[in-house]
Write a protein of this length. Sequence first.
Length: 208
Amino acid sequence: MTNILVVDDHALIRKGLKMLIEECPECKVNGEADTGTQAIRMLREQHFDLVLLDISLPDKHGMDVLKQIMLEQPDIKIIVLSMYPEEQYGVRALKAGAVGYINKQAAPEKLVGAIKQVLGGKKYISPSLAEQLLNNLIGKSQDLLHQTLSNREYQTLCLMSSGNSLTEISEIMMLSPKTVSVYRGRMLEKWVSRIMPRRSTTPFHTNW
């Protein structure tokens, strides 16, 4: 059984998350916290395998809570669940040690799927956040990363940076769109391995 701590300052949201999560027979919400201070205290007093952490908390910013938890319990899994768009905090959350970031407006089944992925040893990154990471790779980090890419991966990167779509790239490279997606995923994995904390060794996964 996976013990989960839900951290959110709205009781109705915590109740809804608990009902949703416990549809998974292997998951159980064993703790709820409405402040960052309470969450940190509960984690010190009780064992949890996974934390669902909101960014907007009344006493501490969620990013500060995330960093404090990672400092004290570096092996715990944290999924950030927030009303803020992924472009605002997604990359920061991953760099701080989270294994996933989900916008609260996402469909409920995405949260359940993310939890299952994380419990299966993978990270969860939504397609939109994955695209943001790739845009970062194509931009300022391209010169730093190109030497780590295979010829096919680098060719894919160059075509993407020229604005070609997945279909256009597959036609130019004479490969199937699925194969191009594999190359794109490998590029992103190499990028994520650079921005993630060094302690992290969990596999990478997106919903492409």
